[in-house]
Design a protein around this ligand. Sequence first.
Ligand code: PLP
Length: 420
Amino acid sequence: MKSAIWHPFTQHALSAAEIFVQRAEGAYLFCADGRAIVDAISSWWVITHGHGHPRIVQAIQEQVHQLEQVIFAGFTHGPAEQVATKLLKQAPQGLKHVFFSDTGSTAVEVAIKMAVGAWHNRGKPRHRIIAMEHAYHGDMFGAMSVGHRGVFNAPYGRMLFEVSFVPFPHAGSEQRTLDSLEALVRSDRDSFAAAVFEPLVLGAGGMLMYPPRVLAEIARICRHYGVWVILDEVMTGFGRTGSLFACEQAGVAPDLLCLSKGITGGFLPMGATLASDEFYDAFWSPDRAHTFFHSSSYTGNALACAAAAANLDVWNEEPVLARIAAISEYHAGALKRLAGRPEVAAVRQSGTISAVELNVSDPGYLAGLGPRLAAFYLEHNVLLRPLGNVVYVLPPYCAGPAELERIYGVIDESLALVGK
Ligand SMILES: *Cc1c(COP(=O)(O)O)cnc(C)c1O
C-alpha cells in the first residue's frame, strides 16, 4: 500500500498496512484496533527492562524541565557526566573515555575513525580493517563496509571500502577462523588498523552464535599482532547474552567498545563509543590537526543522557540479572522441547536470546518464509520477525512465564506452516 511515510526495511509493494500503536507498557504494545501484542523482540532489540519503565520515564520528565539540548563542544552537563562516570565504572577494564553519538551505526563509524585516525596521528598510517563473515554493524557506508555483503547492500557494493573478512566460527570449524585470522594479520603486519566483531552473537546475520573461548582467542591473536579490537555490543550489550556485556564472558576487554540500542533502556536514540587511553592520547596534541573531527548535532543530548543514566540506575537497583537468568532458564526448557521436532534444524541460545532454525530445503519457499511467519505471529498477537528461516526470541526483561508461554506457543503452532 502506498503511504506518505517510507518505512525502514519495508517493501511497501508487498507489505500489509502498518499497525498503529497507541501505547506500550511492559512487554505489550497496545494498538488502535484494541489488540495487545507481545513484544517478543524488544521493538528491534532496543527495549531492555520493558516499555515505559517508570524510573526512566521520570528521569526524562525531570530533565526536560532543566535542559533539553546544548552544544556539546566546549559545554557539558550533569546527565552526560553521570552517564560517563557510571558507564566507565561498569565497562570492561581499560576503557576510560566515552564519545557520544546517536545510533549503533554511528558508534561503529566513530570507532573505525578513531582507530584509523589514531594510527594516522602516530605517523604510521594503517587503513585495513578486519571483520567477520555474516556481520552486521549498521546501514551507513562505513558500517555497511564492515558488514556482510549481500542483497541489503548490493547496489552500493562498489562504493564500500575493502575489508578483510574472516569466516564465521561455525561449531567444529572454529580453528579455521582462528587460522585464517592469524594468516591475515601475519601476511601484512603493519597495515591492519583494527578488527571489528560482534561478540558471541551475530544478530542480523541470523542470530549466529559462537562460544566465549573463540572470542578470547580472536582477541589474543589481534593483540599479539598489534591490531586493535573493536567490539560492537550494540545488540549484545545491556544484558542480552546473560551478562551486562557479552565480552565479560570471554574475559576480553576491547580497545574500543560500541554501544547503543539498550543504552537508554530503549527510550531515546543514543550511541556511545568507549575508548582506552591509547586513542585519547593519540589525538591529544598541541597540533589542532590532530583533533578528532567528528560530531553530530545531537551528540550528548541531555534527554538521552538522562534516560541512559536512569537505565544504569535500574541495573544497579533492581534484580535485572535475576530476571535475565529466569528468561534464560525458560528459553533453555522451551528450546529443548523444540529441538526434537522434525521441522527444526537447530536451536541455539545465548542468555535472553533464543533462536530456532527451521528446516527448509526449497530455496524458493525460503524466500517468503520469514514474512509469512511474521504475519502468522502477528495474527496471534505476538511480534516476532524471523530472519529468513531463523525464528528468534529476544524479549524485554520484564517478560514473565505468561508472555514466554504465549511466545513459544505460537512458535510451536507455526511449525505447521513449515514445508507447506
Ligand atoms: C542494530 C545494530 C547496529 C546499528 O545500530 P543502529 O542504531 O540501527 O544504527 C550496529 N551493530 C549491531 C550489532 C546491531 O545489532
